[in-house]
Design a protein around this ligand. Structure first.
Ligand SMILES: C[S@@+](CC[C@H](N)C(=O)[O-])C[C@H]1O[C@@H](n2cnc3c(N)ncnc32)[C@H](O)[C@@H]1O
Length: 315
C-alpha cells in the first residue's frame, strides 16, 4: 500500500484563476488565494436514516463498529507516529472551524478538538459510530458527503480527510465540495494510501504482489481505483487549490527496519494492513476473482509478515 499524503493550501487574496499547491513535509509558503463559494445554508444535523447498503463499498468491516474501533485505534496511532506525534501537517494557525470528512469513529476529530479548544470540529460520516459523549467543541453529522449537499453556516479553516481510498465513486466531487466549503486561505489535508507494494531490496512477496494486482485491477473495473491517491495532487490543482504539497513516504510493511521508529511503524502497519487486503479479496472473490485468489490468502499473509522481505507501502 502506498500512502501519499497530499495537502493543499489556498490563500487569502484569492485570485480564483490561480491555484497553487503545497506538499506536506517542507514548510509551506502561503500563496495564491482562491475565492471559495461560501455556503450560508444551515448546518447539517444528524439524522437516523440508515445509509444505503450499496454505499458501504469494498471495506464493509469499516462499518462494523467493533472491528472499526480496533482498526481505527491502531491506524490512528500509526498515523501519529508517522507524523511525529502531530495530527496533520497543514500549517493552520488557531483554526476556528474544522471539518473531518468521513470521520469514521471520530478518533481524529476528537483528538484534534481536545488539542485545539478554540476550534469547533465537525466530523461527518455515513454512520454514527462516534462516541455519544464527545467534547463540547466536537459534533458529528451523519451525511453522505458525496451524494448530499454540504450546507454549513460558515466556511472552514481546515478540512481533513484520512483513509478514504475506497470510499467514493467520485473523489474529485468531494474535493470540489471541500474547495467550496473552505475560506480563502484555508487548508485541505488528505492522508491516504496507495495499494501498491514496493520493496527495498531484491526479495519480493510474490503472493502479495499477485493479490494486490488482482484486487486493484478488479476495483478499477468497478470504477474504484485503489491507487488514485497518486493523482490527488493533480486533481486538487485542477480544482483550484494552491500551494499543493504532496508528501510521499515509503513505510515499512512490517518490522524489518533496524531504525527504532521505522520499525515501530512497520510493526503497526503489519497489523493494520492485512484486514483491508483480506476484505478486498473476499469482496472481489465473490465477484469473479475467486479463481485468482483461491488459496492465496495464507501465502499473501506470510509475505506481509516475512521480515526478510523488505516490503514498503508508499504513503
Ligand atoms: C477507513 S474509514 C476512515 C475513518 C477516519 N477517516 C480515520 O482515519 O480514522 C472510512 C470512512 O469513510 C466513511 N464513508 C465512506 N463513504 C462515505 C460517504 N459517501 N460519506 C461519508 N462517509 C463515508 C465510512 O463510513 C468510514 O467510516
Amino acid at each position: 500500500m502506498a500512502t501519499p499524503i497530499v495537502y493543499k493550501k489556498a490563500d487569502i487574496d484569492a485570485d480564483p484563476a490561480r491555484a497553487e499547491y503545497k506538499t506536506i513535509l517542507p514548510a509551506q509558503r502561503s500563496r495564491t488565494p482562491k475565492a471559495p463559494n461560501i455556503h450560508t445554508a444551515k448546518q447539517q444535523t444528524n439524522t437516523h436514516n440508515q445509509p444505503e447498503q450499496n454505499r458501504l463499498g469494498m471495506f464493509p468491516q469499516f462499518h462494523q463498529r467493533n472491528t472499526q474501533l480496533n482498526l481505527a485505534d491502531l491506524q490512528h496511532q500509526m498515523c501519529k507516529l508517522i507524523l511525529d506525534g502531530k495530527l496533520g501537517l497543514a500549517p493552520v494557525p488557531s483554526p476556528k472551524h474544522v471539518l473531518d470528512v468521513a470521520t469514521g469513529t471520530g478518533i481524529w476529530a476528537l483528538e484534534y478538538a481536545k488539542n485545539n479548544p478554540q476550534a469547533n470540529v465537525i466530523g461527518t460520516d455515513l454512520f454514527t459510530m462516534q462516541p455519544a459523549t464527545a467534547a463540547p467543541n466536537v459534533s458529528f453529522v451523519r451525511q453522505d458527503v458525496e451524494k448530499e449537499e454540504w450546507n454549513y453556516p460558515h466556511p472552514f479553516d481546515y478540512i481533513h480527510l484520512r483513509y478514504i481510498v475506497s470510499c467514493f465513486d467520485d473523489a474529485q466531487s468531494v474535493f470540489r465540495k471541500a474547495h467550496a466549503a473552505l475560506r480563502p486561505g484555508g487548508y485541505i489535508e488528505i492522508f491516504d494510501l496507495v495499494l501498491h507494494p514496493r520493496y527495498s531490496g531484491d526479495k519480493r512477496g510474490p503472493a502479495l504482489d499477485k493479490w494486490c494486482s488482482a484486487v486493484c485491477a478488479a476495483a478499477t473495473r468497478e470504477g474504484r481505483d485503489l491507487r488514485k491517491a497518486e493523482r490527488y495532487k493533480q486533481w486538487l490543482e485542477e480544482i483550484g487549490f494552491v500551494d499543493v504539497v504532496d508528501v510521499e513516504m515509503m513505510l515499512p510493511g512490517n518490522a524489518w527496519s533496524e531504525d527504532d521508529k521505522i520499525k515501530e511503524i512497520g510493526a503497526l502497519l503489519v497489523q493494520v494492513q492485512p484486514g483491508p487486503l483480506l476484505t478486498l479479496g473476499t469482496y472481489f472473490g465473490a465477484r469473479g476473482l475467486s479463481g485468482v485468489l483461491d488459496g492465496l490468502a495464507p501465502e499473501m499473509m506470510r509475505d506481509m509478515e516475512d521480515e526478510s522481505i523488505h516490503l514498503c507501502w508508499p504513503m
